[in-house]
Design a protein around this ligand. Structure first.
Ligand SMILES: O=C(O)CCC(=O)C(=O)O
Length: 286
């Protein structure tokens, strides 16, 4: 399998995307567009009313179904998801709402004009083109907070596991809004690892009441060859759907805000058993 080392991160250009499964676009989004995105994110955080959601996310076992439902019906909505451990047993927030958030998803790109503008802007469109997408559809958007001292780990995974098409077609576009470093939990990826056969598939269970993870291969991803994708604000990173990636918890005092957009090819079949369904919103392109 082709691999590059840490010192070769600079070679993760779109020209090598087929070999690496990851491409870095430095300075893709300019400072004004980033400021505007920051303002849009802040507006969503300000709009967020924790009271209803905290009931759904209470640790009470009876709330499990409501929690699954909140997630499973979020594909065509704008919804808020907490970090683990931020709720008391009664379902009350133990930290400020802005610090408690893990992410917002999953349809800002179609429901909110500010996010629509950024997602359908030249940098995302050109990046999709540069990594070989021919007829991309915008599938899901997420604000990923990774807040200081509370933002959790993202364990090694591939996006195809969660966003399954036949044939595989998903590509993730990850935008650094804040500087991302090893200190505050930057992305790590395994260049060339997209050639490893997919190990698992996450989907709705047979009676559509929750989700399940089907395991095809329970061996771990290789330990060697991972590279830290440290990124300045405005850097866009494209991740092939079968490319293993992960990030560490943010134990620092520095914020690591990121925004992601996942796209699929219009010609690929979107699985009906995928967790993400959009009954009220047909997929649209750029
Ligand atoms: O931002 C992160 O730390 C993880 C993002 C990720 O896994 C993804 O966009 O697929």
């Amino acid at each position: 399998m082709p691999r590059v080392g840490v010192s070769a991160v600079a070679n993760l250009s779109p020209d090598n995307f087929a070999a690496n499964g990851v491409a870095v676009f430095p300075d893709a989004v300019d400072a004004d567009a980033l400021d505007s995105l920051r303002n849009d994110i802040q507006r969503l955080v300000d709009d967020f009313e924790p009271s209803g959601v905290s009931t759904v996310f209470s640790t009470d076992a009876e709330q499990g179904h409501a929690r699954d439902d909140y997630f499973l019906t979020s594909g065509d909505k704008i919804r808020y998801f907490y970090e683990d451990g931020v709720l008391s047993p009664d379902g009350d927030l133990t930290v400020d709402k802005a610090r408690a958030l893990n992410k917002i998803g999953h349809a800002m790109h179609d429901l909110d004009p500010g996010f629509d503008t950024v997602c359908r802007s030249v940098p995302f469109r050109k990046a999709a083109e540069a990594v070989g997408m021919t007829d991309p559809l915008l599938l899901q958007s997420m604000v990923i907070f990774k807040n200081p001292e509370i933002g959790g780990e993202v364990t090694p995974h591939t996006d195809h596991t969660f966003l399954w098409t036949e044939p595989q077609s998903v590509i993730g576009f990850w935008l650094a809004v804040d500087e991302a470093t090893q200190e505050n939990g930057c992305l790590w990826a395994l260049p060339g690892g997209h050639t490893i056969p997919v190990k698992s598939r996450f989907s709705r269970n047979a009676d559509d009441t929750g989700t399940e993870m089907e395991i095809f291969d329970d061996s771990p991803f290789p330990e060697d060859g991972w590279v830290p994708l440290e990124a300045e604000p405005g850097t866009l990173i494209a991740l092939h759907g079968t490319l293993p990636h992960r990030s560490a918890p943010n134990t620092s005092t520095k914020s690591r805000l990121a925004f992601t957009l996942h796209c699929i090819e219009a010609g690929a079949k979107w699985a009906e058993s995928n967790w993400l369904q959009r009954p009220t919103l047909p997929f649209k392109g750029f």
